[in-house]
Design a protein around this ligand. Structure first.
Ligand SMILES: NC(=O)N[C@@H](CC(=O)O)C(=O)O
Ligand SMILES: [Zn+2]
Ligand SMILES: [Zn+2]
Length: 420
């Protein structure tokens, strides 16, 4: 048994002080005053939440262990306050058969310090025009499907994939990128690209493929999930589709909520990711969409890369930034403290919505009977984001040096502290 004393928890839209008693992976009591002799953790008034949930991370093992491993990625996740994540399949080998998927799940269990769920690939090798055995993969534990890293280029492949995902009753998450419109772009098309002399990626590469997919999603009844939504037009399309009853959900990343292309002042690949940082109008549309529920959830798209890879110029560096150790902190500081949204809404978008939409076995509140996957955050004191504090192998972040609140004090998985 362990007792967490003096924690602030969300209850009836308010923060209240409570003691939380844990026994064998489960919360067994939440009350104003619980006494226990023995294992007592004093939360000292810090904010205790059900553990954060991220439906979009890259842990790179097997295949790219120098960028991240399941161990380093999951420790980073715990350090950010996350207790459940879903890992993308752009690995080597790609988990695109029931056998490979089973192997991946075993690796995730063996090396993960938190719950690491797994996406199966929609297509063999993520790029073929065939579709994988998605029904077989879901029967051995795939919680969702994606070809993240690549868009599904042909409508027929997407249609077949959706039909199988619908049959497996699992979400299909789309990385939207029409390659015929992308050209060799590395940054958002527009004034900033021109100023820096870098080739641009238009928002059309995302939104035109989204429009196609929403029509197909309506026809198939699949749960279609938009990964890393980034443009005003995409938000409008999702809003329209939801109004029409299409089963669509969407995620947005912290970086697309907090940065735009005008924040890129020089050729610095710490700002290079896919989709690229868009314009300020897009950023405002993403915030509005998150507030009104058009965008259901926040996902980090934690994409670690080697330091020398990201030291290259924008033209040659790989796309992607780390995010799992800084997301709650950045959003709490820049959306909640600044008055854009409430703490309750942020937790809804970082815990409740992802658990419900992806039907995960993870707690959504602090109550007797819920699993003891918990995170404790210091909302009172600020600190500076520094790579030396990262558990991730990836040090690639445009937020280094930012001053934030919300440091993770401790994270519990199955009732045990995994980060402190
Ligand atoms: N987001 C990125 O810029 N990169 C991701 C791939 C992806 O999410 O599309 C990666 O795997 O590095
Ligand atoms: Zn992607
Ligand atoms: Zn991704």
């Amino acid at each position: 048994m362990q007792l967490i004393k003096n924690a602030k928890i969300l209850k009836n839209h308010e923060l209240v002080t409570r003691d939380v008693l844990i026994d064998d992976k489960v919360i067994i009591q939440v009350a104003e005053n619980i006494e226990l002799l023995g294992d007592v953790f004093d939360a000292k008034g810090a904010f205790l939440s059900a553990g954060l949930v991220d439906v979009h991370v890259h842990f790179r093992e097997p295949g790219f262990d120098y960028k991240e491993t399941i161990a380093s990625g999951s420790k980073a996740a715990a350090n950010g306050g996350f207790t459940t994540v879903i890992a993308m399949p752009n690995l080597n080998p790609v988990p695109d058969t029931p056998e490979r998927l089973s192997e991946q799940i075993k690796l995730n269990k063996r090396h993960g310090v938190i719950h690491v769920e797994q996406y199966g690939a929609v297509s063999p090798d993520l790029v073929s025009h065939q579709v994988s055995d998605m029904v077989g993969m879901s029967s051995v534990g795939a919680v969702a499907f994606s070809n993240d890293g690549k868009g599904v280029q042909t409508a027929d492949t997407m249609l077949q994939g959706m039909m199988l995902a619908a049959r497996a009753d699992r979400p299909l998450a789309a990385h939207l990128e029409d390659e015929s419109l992308r050209h060799e772009g590395v940054i958002n098309a527009g004034g900033q690209a021109d100023k820096l002399g870098l080739p641009g990626i238009t928002g059309l590469a995302e939104s035109s493929q989204l429009a196609r997919d929403l029509v197909l999603a309506k026809a198939t009844g699949v749960h279609y999930h938009v990964a890393h939504i980034s443009t005003q037009t995409s938000v409008a399309l999702v809003r329209m589709a939801k109004a029409e009853g299409v089963h669509v959900t969407a995620e947005v990343s912290p970086h697309h909520l907090l940065l735009s292309d005008t924040d890129i002042h020089e050729d610095n690949a710490q700002f290079k990711m896919n989709p690229p940082l868009r314009g300020q109008v897009d950023r405002q549309a993403l915030i509005a969409g998150l507030l009104d529920g058009t965008i259901d959830m926040i996902a980090t798209d934690h994409a670690p890369h080697g330091t020398s890879e990201k030291a290259q110029s924008f033209k040659s560096a790989p796309f992607g930034i780390t995010g799992i150790e800084t997301s709650f902190q950045l959003l709490y500081t820049h959306l909640v403290r600044s008055g854009v949204m409430t703490l309750e809404t942020l937790i809804q978008r970082m815990v409740v919505a992802p658990v419900q939409a992806f039907k995960l076995r993870a707690p959504t509140s602090i109550q007797a009977g819920e699993k003891a996957d918990l995170a404790l955050f210091d909302l009172e004191n600020s600190y500076q984001i520094q790579t030396t504090e990262f558990k991730s192998k990836g040090k690639n972040s445009p937020f280094i040096g930012w001053q934030v609140y919300g440091k993770t004090i401790a994270t519990w998985v199955d009732g045990k502290i995994v980060a402190q």
